[in-house]
Design a protein around this ligand. Structure first.
Ligand SMILES: [Fe+2]
Length: 200
């Protein structure tokens, strides 16, 4: 093997061994290779969403599921407590609540000592963006002291609308396309989304 080939293949080996398997180079100023990538804010963000973990209520249509995870700093292993995680998404008909005092399908919650957050909500519908449906998605805004604000979205594996969506189809979104997992013997559905923030 000549020197050039050796350098290329050893570089690939290091790449392949990366803890998180991220197919992206570590960004400038980020210690690990785990950074959660950004997505668009979209037009439907509302400030001051209620602090709650349960976004469901009597009469709400839709299959219940949980979104949960841990927020870590940029070394990819140290959890961040007291991180404000805000989520918002449309209902099962594809509509956002942009007006009501109930802030339906909107919530915020701070991570605990172990950096853990969690929400119970419903599997959501889709809405048109021009002539195309956006894939089902949940918006996130994540803020922690000493860290860069993250605005992002998660998507769901197998969604047929991902490939044509201008945002979900980007390479940087690939680690935000998540499996819905039947977690226990009772059919509880969960999506795990760990979040990695850059430092300021
Ligand atoms: Fe949206």
């Amino acid at each position: 093997m000549d020197r050039k080939k050796f350098i290329v293949s050893s570089g690939m080996a290091v790449f392949a061994m990366s803890t998180f398997g991220r197919a992206i180079k570590s960004p400038e100023g980020f210690k690990g290779d785990c950074e959660t990538t950004k997505d668009i804010l979209g037009p439907f963000y509302r400030e001051n969403a209620p602090k709650r973990q349960d976004l469901t209520y009597d009469g709400l249509k839709g299959v219940r599921f949980q979104i949960k995870g841990t927020v870590f700093t940029d070394d990819c292993t140290t959890p961040i407590k007291d991180t404000l995680v805000e989520i918002w998404h449309c209902n099962s008909d594809g509509d956002y609540d942009n007006k009501s005092n109930e802030y339906r399908q909107r919530a915020s919650w701070a991570t605990n000592k172990k950096g853990v957050y969690g929400f119970k909500t419903i599997l959501l519908g889709k809405y048109l963006n021009g002539r195309l449906y956006r894939p089902a998605h949940v918006h996130f805004r994540v803020t922690a002291p000493g860290h860069k604000e993250l605005i992002s979205q998660i998507y769901f594996a197998g969604d047929p609308h991902i490939t044509e969506d201008p945002w979900a189809s980007q390479k940087k979104a690939e680690h935000r396309i998540l499996q819905i997992i039947p977690e226990d013997t009772k059919g509880s559905l969960v999506v795990n989304f760990d979040i990695y923030l850059g430092t300021e």
